[in-house]
Design a protein around this ligand. Structure first.
Ligand code: 3H9
Length: 653
């Protein structure tokens, strides 16, 4: 097998070129190849070395598929130390993304250049790890403590220009990278610039209180997670210890994290997310329909957010509302959201204006005649949805994809009102749609393969994480929410308080406990839905009596200032004895005996409810794989990624 690393002499520069598609991950063969190239460079006429990559990116990190398996020589820390030790100056030339171990390779080089479009970063923390090949020791030496901590604890990449501002990149190259990097290497040689080893630098002066400040912030921002705290410890070690000792601290902590539950769970999610994008039985070569213009029906919070998701990816959108007033309102929500993003520093003013300009409004369905995709996002009224699809069938061009954003309705019944059910699909976004990553792609009985394949691909283009679901009430995510919600009501009646239930689940790692979620969504939503059901259809009164009584007392949740909790003007919840009284009276009425309920029981029963329903969803073929369900819960429902999603947790806890 030929090596993924090629070493050639270009004049007096030894070029180490890495070609390991798709992302040049540092597999054993790549590590070995770099070592061999370094050895060869010691014997040839090269005066400087250049590390560069083929394909779409610089090295995107260690090879995650090797993690958890026996270590193969040479280890990455050995490779980077050997790069740094080179007697000839080493230059790294970055394009695409230099991530994790890839960026550590670059940091062990003596000089770094990058294309302006390149990004660098340390995503290890998202895998429950820390940079384990010198990143925690070299970054603070080059960029200072704060930049190092920001980069490593957030896991978010930064642009090459931002990296240059803090000293992690030395030169931005415009034009051809290889050409520019060779010219710069020659310049360095001409200037007599020898090896410049990061190991020999010391960390710039800093306020020692910064470490405790980060520990406290991370205890909140990354609640329950070990890796961010260990990163702080390692960076602190870099300020106190010589490189060799600091590297040992890093190595020990890295090994501990690698073997720990959190990283195993996060690595599961990494691969599950990528697997979820694949549809079993759908050939890779399934043709895709072009999607260059989109229509969105309904300018509410959901429709507006969906429109923004497409506009943010450069796809023009026509937003349809029933009259000018509703349209104005819809467009002003979009306007406000963009202004908010600019204010929070998420978008530049220019970029926001460009995106906003891609969204136009209309009250006339004929404006959708040329749209490649139309997404209906009106409220959950099945008859209204059917009316809209009948209209779409009339006005939309042949081959257009007709999608519904319904959360619960039967996609097949909606498709059946059209003469083209094969073009109909569910695209279930999560609110706020321009922010939430999850997209449930609901495959109807007659949905054509190319429609499904197009929506899966499109999801990536608009930066969503797609998961395929079959048709059933609530699809994957909301269907599982039903028994979860029911269990939370039973726990209240059996003796837990709302704050105990929410506290236990938040301690477990959920972004928000179930009762706070109900309050956020509005207790009236479920109440109205139940009014349409018979007593028998409603099921066990213990699962809904308390929220019904709260709604009847005017407590609709956050929007009315009270639900399971009282809310102040900052939407901070406080418990209310009135709610406790309603719970206790209902328990008496239903003959339920109250007792002390341990927090662990709350977690076991609530997560158990998700797992049981998840198993049914798998058995019925609604979800393709257990990992898909995990991805739904992590990206759409605030389940802690470091616990791997409910199915993974259920299997491994
Ligand atoms: C690390 O470096 C530890 C060190 O500090 C210390 C070591 C001692 N390994 O995401 P995509 C696969 S930790 C193996 O769809 P994109 C991926 O599974 C690592 N495989 O592409 C997929 O395979 P398939 C730190 C990897 O263009 C294919 O490549 N680095 C790896 O949307 C395409 O991936 C990271 O965490 C990998 N490292 O995004 C970076 N990366 O086609 C993780 C990707 O079979 N990677 N694959 O499904 C990423 O963030 C994105 O892949 C990237 C490209 C932004 C690079």
């Amino acid at each position: 097998m030929s090596s993924p690393v090629n070493y050639t002499l270009t004049g007096n520069i030894g070029v180490i070129s890495i070609d390991n598609p798709p992302v040049n991950a540092l597999s054993q063969a790549v590590r070995q190849g770099i070592m061999e190239a370094l050895n060869e460079s010691e014997r040839d006429a090269s005066e400087a070395l250049l590390i560069i990559c083929e394909g779409r990116t610089f090295i995107a990190g260690a090879d995650i598929s090797e993690f958890g398996k026996p270590l193969l020589d040479p280890w990455l820390p050995t490779v980077v130390n050997q790069i740094e030790a080179s007697a000839k100056p080493v230059v790294a030339a970055i394009h695409g993304t230099a991530l994790g171990g890839g960026f550590e390779v670059a940091l062990s080089a003596h000089y770094r250049c990058a294309l302006p479009t390149a990004k660098v970063g340390f995503p290890e923390v998202k895998l429950g790890l820390l940079p384990g090949a010198g990143g925690t020791q070299r970054t603070p030496r080059l960029a200072g403590v704060q930049a190092a901590l920001d980069l490593m604890t957030s896991g978010a990449p930064v642009s090459a220009t931002q990296a240059a501002e803090v000293g992690l990149v030395d030169r931005i190259i415009e034009g051809d990278l290889l050409e520019g990097a060779l010219a710069w290497s020659a310049e360095l040689l001409a200037d007599g610039a020898g090896p410049r080893r990061t190991a020999e630098m010391t960390v710039a002066t800093h306020d020692p209180a910064i470490f405790d400040a980060y520990r406290a912030t991370l205890a909140k921002r990354a609640r329950g997670q070990i890796a961010p705290q260990y990163i702080v410890e390692c960076v602190e070690a870099a300020t106190r210890l010589p490189l060799v000792e600091g590297l040992q601290v890093e190595r020990d902590r890295f090994a501990e994290l690698m073997a720990g539950e959190q990283s195993i769970a996060l690595r599961h999610i990494f691969f599950a997310e990528r697997q979820a994008a694949k549809v079993d039985g759908l050939p890779k070569e399934t043709p895709l329909r072009p999607v260059e213009s989109v229509g969105v029906i309904g300018g509410g919070t959901m429709g507006g957010g969906i429109a923004m998701s497409f506009a943010n990816a450069g796809i023009p959108v026509t937003l349809i509302e029933i009259n000018d007033e509703a349209l104005e309102r819809g467009l002003s929500i979009v306007e406000r959201n963009y202004a908010g993003s600019v204010k929070r520093g998420k978008l530049s003013e220019d970029k926001a204006a460009q995106c906003r300009a891609l969204i136009s409004g209309s009250t006339d369905y004929s404006s959708l005649a040329d749209a490649d995709l139309v997404i209906e996002a009106v409220f959950e009224d099945p008859e209204l949805k059917k009316k809209i699809f009948t209209k779409l069938d009339d006005v939309c061009k042949q081959g257009a994809i007709l999608a519904t954003n319904t959360s619960y309705q039967d996609v097949d019944a909606i498709a059946a009102v059209t003469k083209r059910p094969e073009d109909v699909i569910g695209m279930h976004f999560f609110s706020p749609a321009h922010i939430m990553k999850l997209l449930e792609v609901v495959r109807g009985e007659k949905t054509a393969d190319d429609v499904l394949a197009t929506c899966m691909k499109l999801a990536k283009r608009i930066r969503k994480v797609p998961v395929v679901s079959g048709v059933c009430y609530g699809f994957i995510g909301n269907r599982m929410l039903q028994p979860y919600g029911k269990q939370s009501q039973l726990l209240l009646l059996e003796g837990a308080t709302p704050e105990q239930v929410d506290g236990a689940m938040e301690e477990f790692g959920m972004a928000m406990g179930p009762l706070r979620v109900f309050d956020l969504a509005g207790l009236d939503v479920g109440y109205k839905a139940r009014q349409a059901l018979s007593e028998e259809e409603k099921g066990d009164p213990a699962s809904y009596r308390v929220p019904d009584l709260l709604v009847e007392a005017g407590r609709l949740g956050q929007k009315s200032g009270a639900g399971f909790y009282n809310y102040d003007e900052n939407r901070r919840p406080t418990p209310d004895p009135v709610v406790q009284a309603v719970i206790e009276e209902t328990a008496v009425e239903l003959g339920i005996e109250r007792r002390e309920i341990p927090d662990q029981e709350i977690v076991d029963r609530l997560v158990g409810a998700l797992v049981d329903e998840g198993r049914k969803i798998l058995d019925e073929g609604i979800a393709q794989r257990a990992g898909d369900i995990d991805v739904v819960y992590v990206y759409g429902y605030g389940f802690p990624a470091y616990r791997g999603g409910p199915m993974f947790f259920g299997e491994n806890a």
